[in-house]
Design a protein around this ligand. Sequence first.
Ligand SMILES: [Zn+2]
Length: 164
Amino acid sequence: MRAAIRAAKRGEKQGEVPIGAVVVYEDKVVARGYNRRAKLQLASAHAEMMAIDKACKVFHSWRLPEGCELYVTLEPCPMCMGASLNARVDKIYFGAYEQKGRSLTNELADANLLNHKTEVVGGVLQTECEQLLSGFFISLRQKQKEEKEQKKALLAMEQSASND
Ligand SMILES: [Zn+2]
């Protein structure tokens, strides 16, 4: 999970919402990914998709070898759960829980549509993963607030200049 957190931070440096994921096989990280939605402007550019795609390339197979595990800092969305099932990920560990309580993680894991069972464990390094996201959004709001105040100050200056 620490490697997934590091990947998330790499994304954050590029202005992305910090979400990171890694694929682990035989206790080794074989692929890393982070959210790149803003940079690529792709709805599918989630951290998990990036990591799973890379892992498939490493193994030259859409079907990952038995024992592959996915670590991701935030509870996966339905798309990423679907990709994990399709790639035959055996186990998913995630950090922070989906805040709005609308996740389908367990339902999708239980649906077993592909005759493949993916086990899911949530809340791994939960606090750290939560802080990663909340810290990002707090500083984003702060930045937006500052920009707003700057605009306001600028507007006031322009107004007083035109009144002269
Ligand atoms: Zn996703």
